[in-house]
Design a protein around this ligand. Structure first.
Ligand code: BJW
Ligand code: ZN
Length: 288
């Protein structure tokens, strides 16, 4: 593939080093980069995906657990399931894929991370990589004081939110889901607290969504990692980069509905491929 002319063959299974090198070049030269991540990025940290083999939706019906109707019907069952997942998240740590993205965010000021993940691992990776940099064990950070741009489209599982008044509790507190009486309640209105995530049929935060589409339209390259790209409106975000004349790169084990639209589809584990793709950031080259 010629990294300088991204309209080369499409729908290829490319994962050899030459292709990774070409994509890295394309990414490092792009003016504006948007990275859209999904559950596959956290799979290498031991967090289950939704739709791959062994995924959550293979064992549970989303309409029983991830809709406002399910919560209204049976908040105890919904909380029990989410609390088990929250504990898994707390036991997990960011993997090399999260850290590679964090480095790109810290080294460049034209990168936007848009994530569908609710596990907060991207933020934890940012904190870790920034601390490494302060301790001098990583290349220097970008100039300017702006915070790295991370847009969480589907919320954050460690936060909770009042189902009545919307008040958010950003602090993780263990939930005892043994009975309705032990479920957490809002300190303002005594309504039932719920996980602060976006369920099916619910609107995403419209400000966050608008910022994601804006970043995608303004970026020359969109890298889509570890998502089946079937859940909307998130799956429509890479199309904004394409419509604006930019290039689309995919990192995934499998084919997705986006594959045929991609300039390059790298097949493999994000924890292996992302450090290679964003290696220039680690080396502190001018491109980052
Ligand atoms: C690896 C890897 C490794 C693995 N390395 N890769 C019909 C058509 C179109 C739309 C709709 C429709 N009917 C209904 C809708 C709307 C609906 C929707 O899109 N449904 C589709 C599923 C059909 N969307 C909504 O309801 C959204 N709201 C909305 O549209 O509001 C407007 C509206 C309101 C009222 C009525 C109608 C419209 C809200 C969507 C909220 C999604 N919420 C969830 C749960 C969050 C909370 C929780 O965690 O429980 O978000 S669902 C779940 O899917 C979660 C994820 O963020 C999201 C996306 O999943 P993701 O990340 O792609 O994971 P997987 O598992 O699907 O894929 C993993 C991928 O990684 C695979 O491809 C693997 O190969 C790969 N992989 N290991 C690299 N190591
Ligand atoms: Zn309340």
């Amino acid at each position: 593939m010629d990294a300088g002319s991204p309209s080369t063959r499409r729908d290829e299974a490319l994962s050899d080093l030459a292709h990774v090198e070409a994509v890295r070049e394309l990414v490092s030269r792009a003016r504006g980069l948007v990275i859209l991540t999904g559950a596959g990025v956290s799979a290498d940290s031991g967090i289950p995906t939704f739709r791959s083999a062994g995924g959550l939706w293979g064992r549970h019906r989303p309409e029983d657990l991830a809709t406002p109707e399910a919560f209204a019907r049976d908040p105890r069952t919904v909380w029990a399931w989410y609390e088990e997942r929250r504990r898994g998240i707390l036991r997990s740590t960011p993997n090399p894929g999260h850290r590679a993205i964090a480095r790109a965010l810290l080294h460049r000021d034209d990168v936007t991370l848009v994530t569908q993940n609710v596990d907060g691992l991207h933020h934890r990776a940012l904190t870790e990589v920034a601390a490494d940099q302060r301790a001098g064990s990583d290349a220097g950070t970008r100039s300017g004081g702006a915070l790295p741009r991370v847009l969480e489209l589907h919320g954050n599982l460690l936060r909770s939110r009042c189902s009545e008044c919307g008040a958010v509790d950003a602090q993780y507190r263990e939930v005892d889901a043994q009975s309705i009486a032990t479920l957490p309640r809002c300190v303002s209105c005594d309504g039932l607290m719920r996980p602060d995530v976006v369920w099916f049929g619910e609107l995403l935060d419209q400000g966050v969504l608008a910022s994601a589409f804006e970043a995608a339209s303004a970026s020359e390259v969109c890298v889509v990692v570890g998502t089946s790209a079937v859940v909307y409106p998130a799956a429509g975000i890479p199309l904004a980069t394409l419509e604006a004349g930019g290039s689309l790169i995919q990192v995934n084990y499998e084919v997705t509905p986006l594959t045929t639209l991609c300039n390059c589809s790298l097949r493999g584990r994000s924890a292996d491929l992302l450090p290679a793709l964003f290696e220039a950031a680690r080396e502190g080259s001018d491109a980052f």
